[in-house]
Write a protein that binds this ligand. Structure first.
Ligand SMILES: Cc1cc2nc3c(=O)[nH]c(=O)nc-3n(C[C@H](O)[C@H](O)[C@H](O)COP(=O)(O)O)c2cc1C
Length: 355
């Protein structure tokens, strides 16, 4: 029976356990560059025993940043600082992964601790913001420019170039961010995508951009490297993107060489009712795993060792991703191992803490 501390092999990569650090924006970069903060933040979770440490959303284009302080990988210049962090994490036995992202119509905002409000150009923001259709996220956000075909091709190229750079930086897992109401999700959801060309309308058309991005990224990844996609399994809104479409999409992504679907939810509309509670999104990971027959990651209010272990033991998901719990507790895996009576190798420098 699989359990939380059983290694998992996907393609040529073996994760020491089923615990991943969920991608979490740090809003701490200048011009997209990783710095000492990212080193400490990411490497300390690798010290703490995570099997996979995913970076926050790294923007594939400067216009695709949520805030001016987002991490980025839109130029070769970004590689060196990331490579240093990646190498350090690999030496600690964790696998380093990167999330590639474009915020689309949700771009150009201030960090949450400055209120997350829309930034005008005078305050360091930018225009236009782009999307599938000229529909703003909310009444106080700008009307985005609907991408034309050349613009769409440029987005695909940006994801592919970013994936190449990620490999150069040494990352062994690439996660495409197609969740939370950001650009790729803006194409998936009928609530944000009102296009009438080959990128809008039918399920086939709304999923086309993500499928093309996936295909392009898979082509530049070495065969042995896992490719993950994060989706919002539902918009939590009538006539929106839903779990049935997510299952059908996951099946298509599998045939394009995606190895794991990271199952989150929400983000298309600002004021939806989400039934928050322990493991509130795990059911999506479970359904996609069983009905699309693909590996899945469960995320969302997973906090205890027993809960995480139960998700893996009952085959609801193959990996658990923890977000906020990892902010509170960077050595969560080491503590979980102790609770569950499992061996988890800690850095030799810290061994006496667990004896
Ligand atoms: C500070 C913070 C930043 C986040 N940034 C990202 C991000 O860059 N990409 C992403 O896909 N999700 C992001 N998320 C969502 C988390 O990855 C995760 O899905 C969410 O927090 C739910 O998991 P949790 O209950 O374990 O925190 C962020 C969450 C937090 C708290």
């Amino acid at each position: 029976m699989s359990h939380l501390f059983e290694p998992l092999t996907i393609r040529a990569v073996t994760f020491r356990n089923r615990i991943a650090v969920a991608p979490m924006c740090q809003y701490s970069s200048t011009d997209g560059y990783a710095n000492d903060w990212h080193f400490v933040h990411l490497a300390s979770r690798a010290v703490g025993g995570a099997g996979l440490v995913l970076t926050e959303a790294a923007a594939v284009e400067p216009q695709g940043r949520i805030s001016p302080q987002d991490l980025g990988i839109w130029s070769d210049g970004h590689i060196e600082a990331l490579a240093k962090i990646v190498e350090f994490m690999h030496n600690l036995g964790a696998i380093a992964g990167i999330q590639l992202a474009h915020a689309g119509r949700k771009a150009s905002t201030a960090p949450p601790w400055e209120g997350g409000k829309l930034l005008d150009e005078a305050d360091g923001g930018w225009r236009p913001v782009v999307s599938s259709s000229a529909i703003p996220f909310s009444e106080n956000r700008p009307v985005p420019e609907a991408l034309n075909i050349e613009g769409i091709q440029q987005i695909i190229r940006a994801f592919v170039q970013a994936a190449k750079r990620s490999v150069e930086a040494g990352f062994k897992v690439i996660e495409i961010h197609a969740a939370h109401g950001y650009l790729l999700h803006q194409f998936l959801s009928p609530l944000s995508n009102h296009r009438e060309d080959q990128y809008g309308g039918s399920f086939e058309n709304r999923t086309r951009l993500l499928r093309e991005v996936t295909q392009g990224v898979r082509e530049v990844l070495p065969d042995g490297y896992p490719l993950w996609v994060r989706i919002s399994a539902t918009d939590w809104a009538e006539n929106g993107w839903d779990i049935e479409q997510s299952i059908a999409l996951s099946d298509k992504l599998k045939s394009l060489g995606v190895d794991l679907i990271d199952c989150s939810s929400g983000g298309t509309l600002p004021h939806v009712k989400i039934p928050y509670g322990p493991g509130y999104q795990t059911t999506f990971a479970s359904r996609i795993r069983n009905e699309a027959n693909i590996l899945t990651g469960a995320v969302g209010l997973i906090t205890s060792a027993e809960q995480a272990d139960h998700i893996i033991r009952t085959n609801q998901a193959d990996v658990v991703l923890l977000g906020r719990e990892f902010l509170r507790s960077p050595y969560w895996p080491l503590e979980a191992a102790k609770k569950l009576g499992q061996n988890q190798v800690s850095p030799v420098q810290y061994e006496r803490a667990w004896s």
